[in-house]
Design a protein around this ligand. Sequence first.
Ligand code: NAD
Length: 427
Amino acid sequence: MKICVVGTGYVGLVTAVTLAAKRHEVVCVDIDKEKVDRINRAETPIFEEQLPELLKSTVNAKTLSATTDLKTAIQNAEICIVCVGTPSLPNGDIDLTQVEGAAKQIGEALKEKKGFLSIVFRSTVTPGTTENIFSAVLQAFSGKKPREHFSICYSPEFLREGRAIKDALAPDKLVIGREDTIAANNWKMVSSVGCPIIETDFKTAELIKYANNAFLATKISFANELGNLAKSIGINSYAVADAIGFDPRIGKQYLRAGLGFGGSCFPKDIKALVAFAKKNNYEPKILSAVLKTNDSQVERFVHLAEKKAGSLSGKKIAVLGTAFKEGTDDIRESQAIKVIGLLLSKGAKVCAYDPKAIESTKKELGNKIEYAGSIQDCLKDAELCLICTEWPEFRIIDFSGMKNKVVIDGKHILEKKNGIDYEGLCW
Ligand code: NAD
C-alpha cells in the first residue's frame, strides 16, 4: 500500500522503515529539512540497532523516501500514520501543539485529495484527544466527512528504544481505538503482525497506552524504594527482587533498583496522566509518588557521591553513560543528565563518556562539561566515577587511570570490583 508517515522521530522512522521493509511504498514527512535530507541519503538521524541497515536497504529499493511536502505525500497516500511528538508543558500537562499542527495540515491536504484516506494516529495522547482534536480538526480543516472521505483510528505505539525495530516487527499487542472499521482494517493489514489485537473505542485505547507506561514506571519506583530500604539495613535488594520475580504475578522485568527511569516516555507520560487525572478531579496518589521516588534517586546518588568523596567542588568526576538507557543516543529526561546538573551545581568538574550519546549530550550541555572519546580518557585522573547507564561495555572496566578509585554504580552493572572502592546506589 502507499503509506505516508508524518513525523520521523524515534517512532516515525522506525515505523516507516519496518513498513517499507514489508514492501509498502512509504513516504516520510517531517518539518525538519535536515532530518529529511539525511533520510534520503540513507543516513539515520538517530542511533537504533538495525536501523542503518534497514534504512539503507529500503532507500536503495526505493520503497522509502522522505519529504517536507505533506500535501503531495497525502495526495499520493492510501494510509497516513501520524507519529509526531507529544512532549510535556512546564506544568507537566501534555503539549498537543505538534499533534494539532499535524492534524490541521492533514486536514488542509485532505481538502484537495482525490480518493479515500485512512489515518492512523500513533502519538501518545490523553483520553479524548483523538475525538476532540484529531477528528474535530480534520473535519473542520478538510470540510469532509469521516467514513465518506476518510477514516481514523488510534493505535498507540509501545516500542522500546534500544530494541525498537524488533518491537515494531513483533509487538506483544496491537491496540486499535476506532469508531468505524475502515482505517482499523487497513492498519491491521499493513502492519501484518501476529500478536493479539485489541479493538476498542478511542478513549480506552488512549488510556491503555498510559496504563502500560504507568505500570512499568511504578514497578521501577517500587524496586527503587525496596532497594533504598534494603541498602539502609545491609540487605541485597537484587536477591530479594530476583526471588519475588519468580512469582508469575510479579515477573522479573523492571525490578532492578538503581538510578530510576528517564527517556522520552515514562516521565512525560506519568506527568501527563497525573495532570489529566487532576483535571478530571482525581488526585492520583500512587503516580505522584512514582515520580517523587524517581526524582529522589538522582539526589540519593549525588548525596552518596558526597558521602564517599567529600566535597565535590573542583573535583574531576567521570560520568559513564549519558543516554537514558543502553542501546540509544536519546538523552531526553535522562537521569544521567540530571545527575550531571546536580554535580555542576556543587562545583564539580564533570567529564562524560557515552558510546552513542555524546553528540546529543553536547547539544544539551555544550561546554559546561568535558567529553571523552573513550572510557579510559574519561577516567584519567578522575577522583570519582559514576556509572549512570547500563551499556554492556561498562560491565568490566580498567580503573587504573583514576586518581582515586572510588566508583559508584547507579545501574548495578559492574562485574569486576577488585582494586576499587565500590559502592552501589542500592546495594
Ligand atoms: P520525536 O520528538 O523523536 O519525533 C517527532 C517528530 O515529529 C520530529 O522529527 C518532528 O520534527 C516531527 N514533527 C512535528 N510536527 C510535525 C508536523 N506538523 N509535520 C511533520 N513532522 C512533524 O518523538 P518520538 O520519540 O518519535 O515520539 C513520537 C510519539 O510517540 C510521542 O507521542 C511519544 O510519546 C510516542 N512514543 C514514543 C516512544 C519512544 O520510545 N520514543 C515509544 C512509544 C511511543
